[in-house]
Design a protein around this ligand. Structure first.
Ligand code: ATP
Ligand code: MG
Length: 429
């Protein structure tokens, strides 16, 4: 029976493995093969004088990245990966890989990101690339665990919608019979409606679609958002929830993904909580002192400002108390100073990871704020209706999964955190 390569030890005596031919080295009387599966790499050593004729024939014919099944005896060898090797009694080629390969899996020839993404199935065979997706898988399941344990309902909201969450031009129109419809840019309105449904604590990990035309290293046109909404909570409550979750996710990766972290060669530290709270007004001052561009109170924080403030802060932090004017209509203004609101952004020193707020739960104020943004409240009737029939106060946030992974693992481009990224130029594969 086949066992995972990482389970093969000299104590096994005999073992059968299956995997991809990572490397072949023919030294005349000796042939070394490295065979790889998702758990690791093992050396298979063939001594020409001793090996069965069928084994020699198969080894001669095999190409790199073909799938093979090998059974034989395991021997302790200091110099081999994992301190052991396999001497095959049988060697079967299960599926042949054509040569040349579209991409070099052993990375002797570095490939640019486009070439890698064009042959993503091969790219992900590299242990260092697979490591990113092991970490992402762990982060996803740890998110479900953490929020479920805290009593959150997991919900699924529609991705085909009739209205923009925040207006604007970031929507992808789709052909939906005779109606106008779009891909949803955020589950915001739907998760808020579940507060009126009495669910109290909901979360969703799902796709968001943004038709932003710019091509940057931190934007995708299809991203994954971890979204949360909580009733009878304010912005401070959900900031604590968010920093606790981030710490928990780092700790889960630290605990369960040590191999992946080693493959990636990253410095990994679980962030300390609480994260500092930096009022927007102070953030602007820090940016103004550090950058050449003019920046003033009321401006949104661009890439350059985010980077400058991040350098000063040096760790995860929150930017709080934003001007009401530059945050969405659903952010709750402070009662004593309505020019600022109970919105926040959670930042990694490199970039924004999450935006959230206590929400406006009063129907009339919400209508007023929608209109103040130049939007027509009529288009939001389906969303406004629940606010007339018992809407509790509530707060929540959305955090980008890819940005979380990107900053956690020190990746240079957000595309590295997605199997098949969607951007301005890429819809295939
Ligand atoms: P930015 O200003 O950095 O473009 P945003 O403020 O427009 O982000 P939000 O609408 O606040 O983004 O979305 C919440 C979170 O979802 C962001 O903090 C980010 O982590 C993630 N996110 C939003 N848009 C994208 C995108 N195009 N690609 C990747 N992640 C995104
Ligand atoms: Mg934001």
């Amino acid at each position: 029976m086949r066992i995972p390569i990482s389970d093969v030890t000299p104590e096994c005596g005999r073992a059968e493995i299956a995997g991809w031919v990572h490397e072949v080295r023919d030294l005349g009387g000796l042939t070394f093969l490295l065979i790889r599966d998702r758990t690791g790499i093992i050396q298979v050593t063939i001594v020409k004088k001793k090996a069965p004729a069928e084994v020699l024939e198969a080894v001669k014919a095999v190409s790199r990245e073909s799938v093979v099944r090998v059974a034989g005896t395991v021997k302790a060898i200091d110099k081999a990966p994992g301190g052991r090797e396999l001497n095959p009694e049988t060697f079967a080629i299960v599926s042949v890989a054509e040569s040349p390969l579209p991409l070099d899996v052993v990375e002797k020839v570095p490939a640019d990101l486009d070439t890698r993404l064009d042959a993503r199935f091969l790219d992900v065979r590299k242990p260092r690339v697979a490591a990113v997706f092991k970490v992402r898988s762990t982060v996803t399941s740890a998110t479900y665990d953490f929020l479920s344990q805290r009593g959150f309902f997991n919900i699924a909201t529609p991705k085909v919608v009739a209205a923009a969450t925040e207006g604007g031009t970031e929507l992808f129109p789709i052909a939906y019979f005779e109606k106008e419809a779009f891909l949803n840019q955020s589950p915001q309105l739907y998760k808020q409606m579940m507060m009126a449904a009495g669910f109290e604590k909901v979360f969703e990990v799902g796709p968001i679609f943004r038709a932003e035309e710019h091509n940057t290293v931190r934007h995708l046109n299809e991203a994954t958002s971890i979204d949360v909404e909580v009733s009878f909570a304010d912005h401070n409550d959900v900031m604590v929830l968010l920093e606790d979750l981030v710490r928990h996710l780092y700790a889960a990766v630290d605990e369960r993904c040590s191999d992946a972290i080693a493959d990636l060669g990253v410095e990994f530290e679980v962030p300390k909580t609480p994260f500092p709270r930096l009022p927007y007004a102070e953030a602007i001052e820090i940016a103004a002192a550090r950058i050449d561009e003019p920046i003033a109170y009321g401006d949104d924080l661009g890439t350059v400002s985010e980077k400058a403030i991040g350098e000063e802060m040096g760790e995860h932090y929150f930017i709080t108390d934003w001007p009401t004017e530059i945050k969405p209509y659903y952010a709750m203004p402070y009662e004593d100073d309505p020019a600022i609101c109970k919105a926040f952004d959670m930042m990694h020193p490199r970039m924004e990871l999450s935006s959230g707020a206590q929400r406006v739960h009063q129907h009339d104020l919400l209508v007023e704020q929608i209109a103040a943004k130049g939007l027509n409240p009529d288009g939001f009737e389906f969303y406004l209706k629940p606010f007339r029939y018992g809407m509790p106060p509530h707060a929540g946030w959305g955090m980008g999964m890819e940005r979380l992974i990107m900053t956690m693992l020190g990746l240079q481009n957000i595309r590295e955190a997605v199997l098949f990224p969607r951007d301005r130029h890429r819809v295939v594969p």
